[in-house]
Design a protein around this ligand. Structure first.
Ligand code: HEC
Ligand code: HEC
Length: 343
């Protein structure tokens, strides 16, 4: 009996250890782009950046590596955490190098190739150049690309990986940025209970069904299915935070009519991406629903918000029950997006 217990413990321990040592390596199948049923044509075209397991692997390694920041303290993942669909769980405003606090909430990274612009204000229009923002921002990673290139050249692991991919020793910005875009571009969330329900492979409770119905009437004009965003910039009525003084889209277009407009965020995996809004002001979905249901809106609020009107207690609970069906555990646990150094 005792011997059996020891053998059992030994086997369990070995399996556990093997799990840690064995890094998940990316196969050809892992980088096939599959457009989920019902999704539109993506805006980002991988034809210009042909997907390959090694390039994706390089992007994954870079995403998790603090080498991209000045003092090797901050990686992309420091702010974009996998458990939170690559948002930053429980942080209202982003935290960068030297503990510096940013001005906006870290958005989830998912279905990026269907977006035409990035950031809460749409200040960036290309997935490939997007990382230049956090890399060079003095309050995020405070680094430069030429410096990163020097550091990567000095690293045996990276030199070997670049050589494996390109058959030469050149390490340049284009190669770095294209690999990162392969990694973030393949983050596709389309396997939530909502998706399975739509495909007839799962059922909804009556509350979830009612929630979906109310959502379609009150919310879907902006949070459009199946991506749960129409890629537009809107004023959803939240009162400006006078300490941050963030005018959103207006800063990019210089049009006064765009002041206080922000990107319509996707609501996929919303259960995991709290706190909410561009400044992370709401901790709970209940708070978000209270906002939409109240009349305490700013004066330039979108007319679609005015149409929502007061939501009953039951309607709010139904909508929240529906929103929870957007959690995509397959995406959140997808090994392809895990830390290559900690498997
Ligand atoms: C210090 C925290 C921080 C770090 C580090 C960071 N990000 Fe971000 N990321 C943010 C914030 C905050 C935003 C939203 C910025 C805005 O709207 O002004 C953002 C936006 C993005 C977006 C656009 C998302 C959208 O919905 O528009 C992408 C893509 C992205 N980051 C990828 C990366 C990559 C790749 C890296 C590493 C090179 C990285 N980020 C490093 C905080 C961070
Ligand atoms: C006029 C378009 C519009 C309508 C209608 C609308 N929203 Fe929004 N929603 C937005 C915008 C814009 C934001 C981001 C605002 C910000 O951060 O300043 C947002 C943010 C959110 C967020 C926070 C997401 C995050 O990642 O932080 C949730 C949750 C949400 N909306 C749910 C709903 C629900 C539920 C309804 C219906 C009751 C609804 N919305 C109706 C435009 C809209």
């Amino acid at each position: 009996m005792k011997n059996k217990t020891i053998i059992f413990l030994f086997i369990s321990l070995s399996i556990l250890l093997l799990g840690f040592i064995n890094e998940y390596s990316i196969s050809k199948k892992d980088v096939e782009l599959k457009i989920p049923k019902g999704f539109p044509k993506p805006n980002y075209d991988f034809a210009e950046n042909p997907l390959s397991p090694d390039k994706f692997e390089l992007g994954r390694k870079l995403f998790y590596d603090p080498i991209l920041s000045k003092d090797s303290s901050t990686s992309c993942e420091s702010c974009h955490q996998r458990v939170a669909a690559f948002a930053h769980i429980d942080h209202a405003l982003s935290h960068g190098i030297d503990g510096k606090i940013g001005t906006r909430n870290v958005p989830a990274l998912q279905n990026m190739i269907w977006r035409d612009t990035y950031m809460w204000d749409g200040g960036v229009n290309n997935l490939e150049v997007q990382p230049l923002n956090p890399i060079t921002s003095p309050i995020e990673m405070n680094e430069t690309l030429p410096n990163i290139i020097l550091k990567l050249k000095a690293s045996k692991g990276y030199s070997a990986l670049f050589k494996k991919i390109y058959k030469d020793t050149v390490i340049n910005s284009e190669r770095i940025l294209k690999s990162l875009a392969q990694f973030t571009g393949l983050m596709i969330s389309a396997n939530s209970r909502y998706d399975k329900y739509n495909a007839g492979k799962d059922t909804f409770s009556i509350q979830e069904k009612n929630g979906l119905e109310t959502f379609r009437v009150k919310c879907a004009s902006c949070h459009k299915e199946p991506l749960f965003t129409d890629n537009s910039y809107r004023n959803n009525g939240i009162l400006p935070d006078t300490s941050l003084n963030d005018i959103g889209r207006g800063k990019i277009t210089n049009q006064e009519t765009d002041n206080y407009k922000f990107k319509v965020p996707s609501l996929r995996n919303i259960e995991m991406t709290f706190p909410y809004m561009h400044d992370g002001r709401y901790k709970k979905l209940k708070d978000v629903l209270n906002h939409y249901s109240s009349k305490n809106h700013n004066s330039t609020v979108d007319s679609e918000i005015k149409k929502i009107g007061e939501l009953s207690d039951i309607e709010r609970k139904d909508i929240i029950a529906f929103l929870l069906t957007l959690t995509d555990r397959e995406f959140l646990n997808d090994k392809r997006f895990g830390d290559p150094n900690r498997k």
